[in-house]
Design a protein around this ligand. Sequence first.
Ligand SMILES: Cc1ncc(COP(=O)(O)O)c(C=O)c1O
Length: 231
Amino acid sequence: MKKNILSLMKPEVVAIKQQDIFKFNARAKAIPDVINMTIGEPSFTTPDHIKLAAIKAIEDNKTHYTVPEGDHELLNAVASYLHTKYDLNYDPESEIIATTGVTEGVFSAFNAILQPGDEVLIPSPSFTIYGPDANFNRATPVYIDTSKTGFKVTPDVLDEIMRTHPRIKIFLFNYPSNPTGVSYTHDELAGLADVLRKYDVFVLSDEIYSELTYNFKHEPSPSSYLSKHCC
Ligand SMILES: Cc1ncc(COP(=O)(O)O)c(C=O)c1O
């Protein structure tokens, strides 16, 4: 008797459930004139200069494989953006790679770092991909409830949880946050960096909404306060 095809697959893949946010988004999109605040998409269409650049790239036959790390013109542009905007220095030859969006970036980083039994620290409420990405690697998400601290992680709470969870390998830090919109000041980030400096932990920061900071300047992640190369 032939086995069910699902029983031949990785159990971690079979266990993945469709995220409710995508179901809800599909339902909201089907209602005319509704203001859809589900997945993080801008309400405008792609600006013309971006559309034209994409069309020109196709017309110029830039349709072949790039090098695996991503086109070096793009990596140089990323390095230059980080330098001009945040005074950060990352080497485009060895410290920056391109992925197809944050989803692939987080998935790849988790795959590279996590081993079964590790833990991933995730401030909650959070965007939905991080927990399943941890589970996929047989790691456990550890959620910090931020609802009593203004939806922010504070140094005291962070220190307590890091001290009591020695298997935490990754601190997944998303700000400005989806869904709360909360962001952090320079001093708040420096306070978190002081705590993180004490532990062997990767800070994986999802700053996809950095350009949507309106009333103060977006400050780069605590990882930029920490040494890039250790020991
Ligand atoms: C916080 C956050 N990170 C990542 C994503 C997905 O990013 P991408 O489309 O680049 O994979 C979203 C989309 O809503 C998001 O809100």
